[in-house]
Ligand binder design. Structure first.
Ligand SMILES: [Zn+2]
Length: 260
């Protein structure tokens, strides 16, 4: 579930605490993470914390990269966590402690040497979308499924793909190549707008309460969701009832009156 806005929120919170700090110790509480985390050399000075797609990348001065992928239920917490939070790993810095909390144990961690690891991701959607029209014109994938394909564009998952299609007024089932020029232009505008609005509200915490920013606060974008998770509720723009269908095994939510 953590998508670009949630992972970006984690990184923005952690960066000033981690960059320049000494990484003193790494502890794997989960056997599944022990092999990869054993490769981490400590002590080492952390000099870079960044986001690529839905991944968090930590770099140390001695040339190691740690790539953390929260997947469905993982999040990074700074400082103390709730007693019932399942902590799978701990990174102890000179400035404080970072924990990987992950109820469903689906998050992955990898440790790499040398240059920035290639993660097979498409371009970052907040770094300009001038390339989008030409690429959409070549794809027959439904536009919502296309948005969620990490090889095409990095960081967008089920929540924001539905919200972006709603904001653009586009039926999520339409093939990407059949969007008209004016609709593609709307996509270019709406994709970064929706993601930036979600970052400004520290991401989306759904009713399961699972995602929190590293300080433990809930993301406030859930109140802004127009269609995601709202099947049968009125569309905030026109009042028609929000529809749901399944695309590529995932729920899609949309308004059949606003989205054509
Ligand atoms: Zn509507």
């Amino acid at each position: 579930m953590p998508e670009l806005p949630e992972v970006e929120t984690m990184v923005r919170f952690l960066r000033p605490r981690v960059q320049g700090a000494e990484l003193e110790e790494v502890v794997a509480y989960d056997v599944a993470l022990r092999a990869s985390l054993r490769e981490t050399r400590t002590p080492a000075k952390a000099d870079l914390l960044l986001r690529r797609g839905k991944h968090v990348l930590l770099h140390t001065e001695d040339g190691q990269w740690t790539v953390i992928h929260p997947r469905m239920s993982g999040r990074l917490a700074w400082g103390q966590v709730d007693p019932d939070d399942r902590v799978r790993a701990l990174w102890r810095f000179s400035t404080g402690e970072m924990r990987l909390v992950d109820l469903r144990r689906l998050a992955t961690v990898g440790v790499f040497e040398g240059g920035e690891p290639a993660l097979g991701l498409g371009p970052e959607p907040l770094e300009g979308l001038a390339w989008l029209p030409a690429v959409l014109a070549r794809s027959r994938m439904p536009i919502k499924v296309w948005l969620m394909d990490q090889r095409k564009v990095a960081g967008i998952g089920n929540i924001y793909a539905s919200e972006i299609c709603f904001r653009a007024g586009i039926d999520p089932r339409r093939p990407a190549c059949e969007l008209r020029n004016v609709e593609v232009e709307r996509m270019v505008e709406v994709i970064p707008t929706v993601l930036q609005e979600a970052i400004a509200r520290q991401g989306t915490t759904l009713s399961d309460g699972r995602y929190r920013e590293p300080g433990g606060q809930r993301g406030r974008f859930a109140l802004q969701l127009a269609v995601y998770g709202r099947e049968g509720a009125p569309c905030p723009v026109c009042g028609a009832l929000v529809s749901r269908c399944v695309q590529a095994g995932r729920s899609t939510f949309w308004c059949s009156r606003c989205q054509r």
